[in-house]
Design a protein around this ligand. Structure first.
Ligand code: CMP
Length: 258
């Protein structure tokens, strides 16, 4: 397999739970419409387009730890996260995992294989109990024919993802682990932190292994770098939360400007 990347071995029960259609539940139509309207993929669509989509989608409920799509399988649907979080991962033959992205409500995934005809490029796993809207390839294509604005949105999403991937490549080539860790912690705080007097509070602190998977390092190295930042007072680990201080945010911005 290319690049030594393998499909993760998920427990059989996990796979059948997720891929089985039994997980599709009827849902409140108003909630479905609200989820469509807040999705970046469907931003600024006219009411008629949102109505059209709401007739075509199904709600999929995914248990924590289960895969919604698995690397190398054929793709037949695109998903929009309604609630919960989904991580996008590649797994190496050694069992090591690279986290490409963490998706939150409003984010979508599963479109790449629908457009390039290849297999799923990555595995998408629910980090917690998650609900997602599923739209089949046929329904997406029919919707786009009537509402080309969705195709423009899709291009925008792909461009944003490529930009982020470029940034990650540059960081891997140009920054040391400390700088990558600081950048990721500040990114995380901006994505899901809430304001407090001490800084941005990330309610669920990622584990050191998760941070290592996000920035292409190993747990031991992250542990040393993380503890040093804590000793320097730039981050505060409190219970399950993490506080990213304004000093760390400033340091990350100074680095970017340099
Ligand atoms: P697809 O290849 O159909 O299935 C796996 C999905 O993971 C893919 O579509 C994208 O939606 C998503 N994905 C792949 N790479 C990335 C990335 N670098 N960042 C965010 N999402 C990604």
């Amino acid at each position: 397999m290319a690049l030594g990347i393998v499909r993760p071995q998920l427990p059989a029960t996990t796979i059948s739970t997720v891929l089985g259609r039994a997980t599709v539940n009827p849902e409140d139509p108003a909630r479905i419409r609200a989820s469509i309207a807040r999705a970046h993929l469907f931003a600024a669509l006219p009411i008629s387009a949102i109505e059209d989509l709401s007739q075509r989608v199904a709600v999929r409920r995914i248990a924590a730890g289960a895969a919604v799509v698995s690397q190398d399988e054929p793709g037949d649907a695109v998903f929009v996260v309604m609630s919960g979080r989904v991580k996008v991962v590649l797994c190496g033959e050694s069992g090591r995992e690279v986290t490409l992205s963490i998706l939150r409500p409003g984010d979508s995934f599963g479109e790449m294989s629908l457009f390039d005809g290849g297999s799923r490029s990555a595995t998408c796993i629910a980090l917690e109990a998650t609900a997602a809207l599923a739209l089949s390839r046929d329904d997406l294509m029919r919707h786009i024919q009537a509402h080309p604005r969705t195709a423009m949105n899709l291009l925008g999403e792909m461009a944003r993802r490529l930009r982020k991937a470029d940034e990650t490549i540059a960081q891997l080539a140009l920054c040391d682990v400390n700088e990558r860790l600081i950048h990721r912690l500040v990114g995380l705080a901006r994505e899901e932190g809430s304001n407090s007097a001490e800084g941005l509070v990330v309610r669920r602190r990622p584990t050191q292994q998760e941070l290592a998977n996000m920035i292409g390092s190993c747990r031991e190295t992250i542990s040393r770098a993380f503890n040093q930042l804590a000793r320097d007072g730039l981050i505060i680990a409190r219970g399950r939360a993490l506080i990213v201080t304004p000093a760390l945010i400033e340091r990350s911005e100074r680095k970017k400007a340099a």
